[in-house]
Design a binder for this molecule. Structure first.
Ligand code: ADP
Length: 442
């Protein structure tokens, strides 16, 4: 703290000292990269050095009409803690109220004495308003314990200094406003970026929804077409199959040559395949669910697996089932759900050309609350990434003609969706696939 002796305030000044103080203050305000607080400290110090009063202070108008002491200088140096001066209300400051400088030299107590803390009696007082345009920023004032301590010339000098302070305050306000606007702009920018991300996510979601809509429209259209065609083909194909069976029996009875019998058997096999395909198509076209009853899913899956075990075509396969105990029932259509698991186990078997284990796990879903999941896991050839998104499309198949119809998964998906569930698939080419059927609990 710089100690200055107010008692030596009567030291004489010459014009040169006054001018050099004004220039110094002007330089401090104009060129030094200081903040407002530092500028005001320096100004008060310079004013104190020039006039040597008892005290010198700067008050600025802050919120709610209050004038706060920003800095003062007295016999013990710079002060911000109201040792010499108090803060006060604007309405009690005559200078600021009138917007005019004031000088008191004969101890007249009419001035705003309430701002000055002092032990002795203040005899001289000069107070200058700091004004910028219509705005009243505050005051710069000096007090002396001596009578006639200040002249009107002093008033003039202090006025010039007050104008400089006003410029510094205006500049600081401007900077603060620019900073504030910069902050607001940055904040707005951040908001815009956030909104942009949210918008992008919404667009992606919409695109997915649109794709799904297209997909379901496609399936619905195909369903209608298939339903019509299947009805048309079903009857003739049943008749053909029937007649061929009759022909075959007749031919055997009449002892026709083996080649004829063989031809008839081939025709019968293919007619049978047409018939089963048409049945598949009919199921596909009616895959919406209409009969919902509580279904014991473990018993249902066991039934499906038993039919596979009895089938000689799947010799060399094992179908172990791991079921969580006390599972709640699911609500659904038994027949259609059987069809779903038959399709999935069938695909698992097809994926393992040389036999193997198809593991089946049944339990409560950890990912979806209130759902039962059935996992069918094979260690077959797996599904290449590029076709993973297509396997649920109707008529998509990689199996040879006559073997696959490409309807199994799309029928299964539409049945499960009709139950309010879902089918998820994970697959690693060369290692196998897991199909997870999610069904809501009853
Ligand atoms: P399909 O069995 O008649 O071909 P799906 O709709 O049941 O018709 O299956 C479509 C395609 O999905 C199959 O051709 C096959 O390429 C693939 N796929 C389905 N399940 C599996 C699986 N477990 N392992 C490997 N590929 C599979």
């Amino acid at each position: 703290m710089q100690v200055l002796n107010g008692k030596r305030a009567s030291v004489g000044r010459d014009k040169f000292t006054e001018l050099s103080t004004i220039i110094k203050i002007s330089n401090i305000i104009g060129y030094l990269p200081l903040n407002l607080e530092e500028i005001l400290d320096s100004v008060v110090l310079e004013v104190y050095r020039l006039f040597r009063p008892y005290t010198c202070s700067i008050h600025l108008v802050k919120e709610r009409g209050k004038m706060e002491l920003v800095v003062a200088c007295g016999p013990d140096g710079l002060d911000r803690k109201e040792r010499y001066h108090k803060s006060c209300f604007v309405e009690r400051c005559k200078t600021l109220r009138d917007g005019l400088p004031m000088i008191v030299t004969d101890g007249d107590r009419e001035f705003c004495e309430n701002r000055v803390r002092h032990k002795g009696r203040i005899m001289s007082h000069v107070c200058i308003p700091i004004i910028g345009g219509k705005e009243h920023f505050g005051t710069i004032s000096m007090e002396s314990l001596r009578k006639d301590a200040f002249t009107t010339w002093d008033l003039e000098i202090l006025l010039a200094i007050a104008n400089q302070i006003s410029l510094a305050i205006q500049r600081a306000n401007l900077f603060a406003r620019v900073e504030e606007e910069k902050r607001e702009l940055e904040e707005a920018n951040r908001e815009i970026r956030k909104l942009n991300i949210a918008l992008e996510q919404k667009i992606k979601k919409l695109e997915t929804l649109q794709m799904r809509l297209l997909q379901s429209e496609k399936i619905a259209a195909v369903g209608r077409l298939v339903a019509g065609l299947a009805h048309e083909i079903n009857n003739p194909s049943s008749i053909i199959l029937n007649r061929i069976e009759c022909l075959l029996m007749e031919a055997e009875e009449k002892g026709l040559p083996e080649e004829v019998l063989q031809d008839l058997r081939v025709i019968s096999t293919y007619a049978g395949r047409i018939s089963s395909m048409v049945r598949d198509l009919l199921v596909f076209s009616r895959s919406h669910v209409d009969r919902h009853t509580p279904v014991d899913i473990v018993a249902l899956v066991r039934r499906v697996v038993d039919t596979f075990r009895e089938d000689r075509k799947v010799e060399g396969f094992d179908f172990p089932i791991q079921a969580e105990p006390d599972l709640p029932k699911v609500k659904g259509d038994e027949e259609k759900l059987e069809q779903v698991f038959t399709n999935l186990v069938d695909n698992a078997v097809d994926a393992m050309a040389h036999g193997g284990v198809v593991e089946i796990g049944i339990g409560r879903s950890k990912a979806r609350d209130g759902f039962i999941e059935v996992r069918i896991r094979d260690k077959g050839k797996g599904i290449p990434r590029e076709i993973l998104s297509k396997i649920f499309d109707p008529f998509f198949t990689t199996k040879r003609i006559g073997k696959g119809t490409g309807l199994g998964l799309s029928i299964s998906m539409s049945i499960v969706k009709g139950h309010g569930g879902d089918i998820l698939v994970e697959s690693e080419p060369g290692k196998g696939s897991t199909f997870t059927v999610l069904l809501p609990q009853a």
